[in-house]
Design a binder for this molecule. Sequence first.
Ligand code: GDP
Ligand code: MG
Length: 439
Amino acid sequence: LSDRLEAAWKKLRGQDKISQSNIQDALREVRRALLEADVNLQVVKDFISEVEAKAQGAEVVTGVRPDQQFIKIVYDELVRVMGEENVPIAEAQEQPTIVLMAGLQGTGKTTATAKLALHLRKLDRSCLLVATDVYRPAAIDQLVTLGKQIDVPVFELGSDADPIEIARQGVERARAEGVNTVIIDTAGRLQIDEDMMAELARIKATVQPHETLLVVDAMTGQEAANLTRTFHEQIGITGAILTKMDGDSRGGAALSVRKISGAPIKFVGVGEKVEALQPFYPDRMASRILGMGDVLTLVEKAQEEFDLADAEKMQEKILSAKFDFTDFLKQLRMLKNMGSLGGFIKMIPGMNKLSDDQLKQGETQLKRCEAMINSMTRQERHDPDLLASSPSRRRRIAAGSGYRESDVTKLVGDFQKMRSLMQQMGQGGFPGMPGMFGG
Ligand code: GDP
Ligand code: MG
C-alpha cells in the first residue's frame, strides 16, 4: 500500500537493490530474448556481462521487482549502444556527396539505392544512381526501372563495362551536372568472396565515397556479425541499412552490426516499395529486440508515478503522524494510475498469492474509499479525529457518497489503525501488512 511499507519489505528481502542473486531469472530471460532476436552469440555474451556489471547495486524503484528493473536497465543500455537516432546521410562540402552501397546479393542493395534517392530528393538533394552490377543481366535494368519510378536519372555503361570505370565516370557525370548526391549500387555475391571484396575495395579507392553503407538483410540472423566484421575490416563502413524489417525478424542484427562496426544503422527497409524506408529509431528497435514491452511499460510508469521527492515528503508525513486523508487519497490515486490494482499488487513481492477474489475485493474497497474521502470536507480530510468523534459528520459523508454510516466508521477506524501501524514501523518495528483492504 504505501511506499514505505514496500520499501521496508524489499529491504528485508534484499530486494531493494539489484544484486547478482535477485536477477538470475531476468538474466536468463534477457539472454534468451536476445538470442531469439538473432543477436550474435558473442555479442550477446559481451553485452550482457557489461550490463550486469553496470546494474549491480542499482536502486530498485518502488512498485517494481529487481528483475523488472534490470530489464529496464538492459533496455536503456540497448538504446544507448545502438546509438543516436536518425543519423543523416553525410553531405559533402563540395558536391557531389558520394555514397557507396555494399552488401551480399539479395539483401536489398538495389532497392535501397532507389529508396535512399527518393528520401534524399524529399530533402531537396538531387541524385544520380550508378549501376555497376554487371554480373547479373537484369541488375542494370532493375535500377533503371526503379530510377524511372522515382524520376531519378541512372548512369550505366551496359554489362560489358568495367565496374570501376562505371563508378568513376558516374561520379564525373554527377560532378559535371551539379548533382547533389551520387549513389553507387554494386554487385553482391551470395557469400562473401574475395573477388567481390577486391572489386568493392577498388571502387572505393577510386571514388573515395563520403558514405559506405552496408546493406544487411534483417533475416541474416547470427551471420550478420561475421558479415559486418568482414566488410568493415576489408572495406570500412560508415553506416548500415537494415532491410526486410517488415518480416518476422526481431532485428537483432542491428545490435550485432553496431557492436561490431561501431557504425550507426541509418535506415530500416520495411517493404519492397520505394517508399518503404524509415529512419532508424534505437528505442523502437530495442523494444522489438527485447520483446518485453509490458515490463518496460510497467517500470516506466512506476518511475513516473513515484516521484522521489514526493515519496520522501510522504514518508516524513507518515512518521510525524501528519499523514491524513488527503495524502491517503493521493496514494490511492497513484495506485489507480499504475493500472489495475490486481496487476499492481501481484508485482509486490509476497503479494502474488492473493486470489482473484481478494484482489477484486481490494479494488472495490479502493473505489469505496475514494468515494467516501471525496465526500469529506477539507478539514475532515486533514483531521480524521473529527470524524471519529462525530456521528453526524459520518452520516453526512455516508449520504454524500452513497455508502452506509458503518462503512464510514470502518474507514475512519482502519485509517487510524493503519496510521499507528505505520508510525510503529517508522520507529523500527515491522508489524506486517495491515489488513486495510481485507474487507
Ligand atoms: P540486391 O541483390 O542486394 O540488389 O537486392 P534487391 O534490391 O534486388 O532486393 C532483393 C529482393 O528483396 C527484392 O525482391 C526486393 O524487392 C526485396 N526487398 C528489398 N528490400 C526489402 C524490404 O525492406 N522488405 C521486403 N519485404 N523486401 C525487400
Ligand atoms: Mg542489386
